[in-house]
Design a protein around this ligand. Sequence first.
Ligand SMILES: Cc1cc2nc3c(=O)[nH]c(=O)nc-3n(C[C@H](O)[C@H](O)[C@H](O)COP(=O)(O)OP(=O)(O)OC[C@H]3O[C@@H](n4cnc5c(N)ncnc54)[C@H](O)[C@@H]3O)c2cc1C
Length: 432
Amino acid sequence: MSKNHRVEHYETIIIGSGAGGATLAKELTENGRDVLVIEKGEHFSSFGTFENLLQYHDASNTNKGLRYSQEGVMLLRTYMSGGSTVVSCSNGMRSLEKELADLNIFLEDEFTDAESELAISPVSEHLLSSGSRAIRNASAELGYTMELMPKFINQTRCSSCGNCIAGCQYGAKWTAIDYLEQARSNGATILNNTTVYEIMTVNGSVKGVRVSSNGESRKILADRVILSAGGLSTPTILFRSGIRNAGSGLFCDTFVNIYGVTSALNQIREIPMALVSRDFYQKEGFILSTYITPMNISRFAELGPQSLSVPLDKMIGLMVKIRDERSGIVHPDGSITKPVTIEDQTKLKKGISLVKEILTKAGADENSFLVSKYQGAHLGGTAAIGEVVDNNLQTEIKQLYVCDGSVLPVAPGLPPILTIIALAKRLAKTLH
Ligand SMILES: Cc1cc2nc3c(=O)[nH]c(=O)nc-3n(C[C@H](O)[C@H](O)[C@H](O)COP(=O)(O)OP(=O)(O)OC[C@H]3O[C@@H](n4cnc5c(N)ncnc54)[C@H](O)[C@@H]3O)c2cc1C
């Protein structure tokens, strides 16, 4: 960084420190590049509690607690160092390999590299709860397969508290903070609590960014900017920077959780999403995965007041997660349209009826089922490859790149973190 009349200048500015941003920061600094990471959220060091959850989950339209689309879909993400990876369920699966290869983006080497760095391995049998075992047996009797989910968790450190979505207090889970800290020790500068408002340009090329922190606005100059602010924030920054076709085509891998009451089984002391069925992925466009959160606040958010009366120690649950249509729009003012289309509803209904069949066979009372609100946590498609960026992830503004969930061309319906990391590793190679 050089100071020039008190104006800061960096070779590369990365906006956001989640899956895309932190990976780029690590990869570029490993090759000696001069990098500034600008992160809107705080650098937290305490995770896993109810209070922590409230600190970093995006609750921008606060009258409803969390962020919702205008049609009522709950959209989950965080503002913090490490982005939404910190609250992930640590599912580490390849997704969209074929769709990206069709766009001449081949990620085999990058996937292999990421899988090794994140030490991905299937959930250990001994960490499965009685509820999940019963669900697996019931599924097998009905002719469906439940596999052990591949995770980026150091399972010897996992306490099976089940609170992954509040961050891991035992340090068992990989998060993008791990990459961010490697970038810091390689020499990256990291600015927290600083929001990027727009990209500044001159003659169609990047000049820098305009940021605000503590109510003050300032400019930071750069030769290159990489936007990794996530599927909802990236398009609003692009709009303000003059790229008008960003924001449409939002997907979120819409999901619902279905819970049933049993006489003795439960899943409370378990990593969420420990088992997954991909039997219906190719033909029907959805997956099923064991899911229950022990946190009252999360169950209240998705089920409302009826969540207060459920006997947590006797509940089992499964999630239905679909490859939704790219039907949403992030508007220039940040408001979000995201309906659940007729096609999406058809997929969800089919999944819910399969789940009820499985849970009943596993021992749940068929009159006890509760179905959550529509939710989405895989936000993307709003600056898609082939629409807003080319297949090197560059925008129409020279030296302005996007690398996060927004560039994904279709809904994965599977965990996106590994794919976003692989794309970031590929981009870093082209920028060396
Ligand atoms: C509860 C939950 C569980 C999940 N579980 C899994 C899972 O098990 N496996 C999986 O693969 N995926 C999971 N996901 C999805 C996954 O976390 C995201 O898809 C992924 O983190 C997206 O990466 P990203 O780089 O697009 O954005 P993010 O990781 O969200 O990072 C964006 C960053 O940009 C920052 N930012 C935003 N606006 C600005 C601004 N204006 N200026 C500066 N900084 C800004 C944010 O604070 C954030 O740090 C889960 C998501 C949630 C919410």
